[in-house]
Design a protein around this ligand. Structure first.
Ligand code: ZN
Length: 234
């Protein structure tokens, strides 16, 4: 098996990275996953992450065959760096520099650099990440230019030829639901609805048509809006 046929997916257990995982599994002969415990406000995200992997393996033996080891790295360092709405109990709002309070400066850069190091170590040439600038461009480290620059930096710094793949970059949330359906049909859409986690508040008490969540944080609003648009186009 050629190493070019393998991919490392940055996997959080959310809708986007779960769709990216299916995208990679439908393309590559071997797929591994990596995730980060960065002191998220709610451990529910990490619990969902393990659950999605288990259920994906059960539902799709063909994907299970390709799915290699998962790595979870402890990144408590972001908590030490300072407070954001993702790591501390504070309000989600826009800050004076025009970025949402959920923005953790440098987070994706660090995640992808560590994922790059892991890919290098494992002989994997493709990094897959669910970053997207279509629906919500509030995070500068999710932009296409940032990813392209980072790919150059990683390859120079590690003397390798990694490719950062961003299958969701130009898709709306509705189009991400469509992609999920195309990759795994209704059973995969149902798996995402039931088991992935998106809500910033870590809320899983209420089951809406689009899945679990508080229904009012920016992440829930985006997921709900995308799902309604997706259903309207069905
Ligand atoms: Zn929410």
């Amino acid at each position: 098996m050629a190493t070019t046929d393998s991919a490392l997916v940055v996997f959080s257990g959310g809708q986007d990275s779960t769709t990216c995982l299916a995208w990679a599994l439908s393309r590559y002969a071997r797929v591994e996953t990596i995730g980060f415990d960065y002191g998220q406000r709610h451990v529910v995200e990490l619990e969902c992450r393990a659950g999605v992997l288990t259920r994906l393996r059960e539902a799709r033996p063909d994907w299970a065959e390709k799915l290699g080891p998962d790595t979870l790295l402890s990144m408590d360092v972001f908590r030490q760096l300072g407070e954001t709405a993702l790591t501390h109990d504070m309000a989600i709002a826009m800050t004076e520099n025009g970025l949402p309070s959920t923005f953790v400066p440098g987070r994706n850069l660090v995640f992808l650099t560590l994922a790059g190091a892991q890919a290098c170590r494992r002989g994997i040439k493709r990094l897959v990440t669910g970053v997207c600038e279509t629906d919500f461009s509030g995070y500068p480290d999710c932009r296409d230019d940032t990813m392209k620059a980072l790919q150059v930096a990683l390859n120079l710094g590690m003397q390798t030829r990694l490719v950062i793949e961003t299958p969701l970059m130009w898709r709306t949330k509705a189009e991400t639901w469509e992609l999920a359906r195309d990759l795994g049909g209704q059973p995969f859409v149902d798996l995402i609805l039931e088991h992935t986690h998106t809500c910033y508040q870590g809320e899983r008490g209420n089951r809406h048509s689009w899945g679990y969540g508080c229904g009012s944080c920016p992440a829930c609003e985006l997921r709900a809006k995308g799902y309604v648009e997706y259903l309207a186009c069905e």
